[in-house]
Design a protein around this ligand. Structure first.
Ligand code: MN
Length: 343
């Protein structure tokens, strides 16, 4: 675990005791871990008699709206004026579930202008060193797990309650795909055990996050798997693509393609998966892998992106067909690596 100071807990506690204006920011297109870790931290700071405000760069799916504190989140995209004003007043800004400011899109400009103290709580590989306090561990399951560690470092375990536990559980559960990956360390389960003490209904949380497909989204998934899947067995790779017209046909709403990229990894012998989704002026790409194949390196080198070893993303300004052509043309360069990692 990286942190800038051995007295992290003491120093941050001291800092919080003299600060009123605290802002928590998470990455754009927030997922369950982004919202769970942000609201876990939010509810914790409220318990500490602080007055934090969570700001998201844009909106996020309705299946995350149940989390305690959600009603107070400010969405920069919808309420730019308030968000900018709050950031101007901020004395501390937490970066939760990201550390590179290019992950927060248009919010970046305002966050960079702020001379507040910056505190990172994140589990992505660390690139931004321009931060006052860092709690970063790329081997942690989720940002939510690190928010728990943050509370431990501040010596405030006694403040954890059902609200905090629900949010943190949601983040850990979702970022590990219901404990199927990124969850081999005993520590993750120790933390989960501590959270379950608060009588949270874990099955209900899973159901809220996963059993929420609209009929359109469910049919879109079926369409992807049946019509839009291309498998490259020689490269242990499979891809899915979706054009704007196809999205329209299925009344696409933001987040509807969430998780689709994981499905090809269920095919025997496939260890690398990608989904290409056409947006207004670029192609959004998500990568997933099993084992040691580093999708983040692949994304960084070829598609302007980055992320975790097994889960990352990128962008392409070329049209979707050219983007896919480029992806396919790259596969031979990775053949050895993909062969080695075949399970
Ligand atoms: Mn995360």
């Amino acid at each position: 675990m990286k942190k800038l100071s051995d007295n992290f807990g003491k120093e941050v506690n001291k800092l919080l005791s003299v600060t009123n204006n605290i802002v928590i920011v998470t990455h754009s297109n927030p997922d369950a871990d982004a919202i769970g870790s942000s609201l876990g931290l939010y509810n914790f700071l409220i318990k500490k008699r602080q007055n934090p405000i969570v700001i998201t760069p844009n909106s996020y799916p309705e299946f995350l709206w149940w989390m305690p504190g959600n009603q107070n989140i400010i969405n920069f995209y919808n309420d730019k004026k308030s968000a900018v004003e709050i950031i101007k007043q901020a004395q501390i800004i937490f970066y939760v579930d990201f550390n590179e400011t290019n992950r927060i899109d248009k919010l970046e400009k305002y966050i960079k202008q702020s001379n507040s103290i910056k505190i990172v709580i994140d589990h992505h590989p660390l690139f931004n060193e321009n931060i006052d306090y860092i709690l970063s561990d790329a081997s942690a399951s989720s940002a939510a797990e690190l928010v728990y560690e943050f509370i431990v470092l501040l010596n405030n375990i006694n403040l954890i309650d059902e609200k905090i536990a629900k949010c943190l559980y949601a983040g850990i559960m979702a970022d590990t795909g219901c404990f199927s990956y990124n969850s081999s360390k005993p520590r993750t389960f120790q933390i989960v055990a501590e959270l379950l003490i608060f009588n949270i209904n874990k099955d209900e949380i899973v159901s809220k996050i996963y059993d929420n497909f609209s009929t359109d989204r469910f049919r879109l998934l079926g369409y992807c798997l049946n019509e839009k899947l291309t498998v490259f067995p020689q490269y242990h790779t499979a891809i899915i693509s979706l054009t704007k017209q196809e999205l329209k046909k299925f009344n696409f709403k933001q987040g509807d393609d969430e998780g689709f990229v994981n499905y090809p990894l269920s095919i025997k012998g496939i260890i690398f998966s990608a989904i290409f989704v056409e947006r207004v002026d670029y192609v959004k790409i998500s990568f997933r892998s099993k084992g040691a194949f580093a999708t983040n390196k692949f994304a960084r080198k070829n598609f302007n992106g980055g992320g975790h070893l097994n889960a990352s993303g990128g962008k392409s300004k070329m049209d979707i067909d050219k983007t896919i052509e480029k992806f396919i043309s790259l596969l031979p360069n990775y053949k050895n690596e993909l062969d080695e990692n075949e399970d």
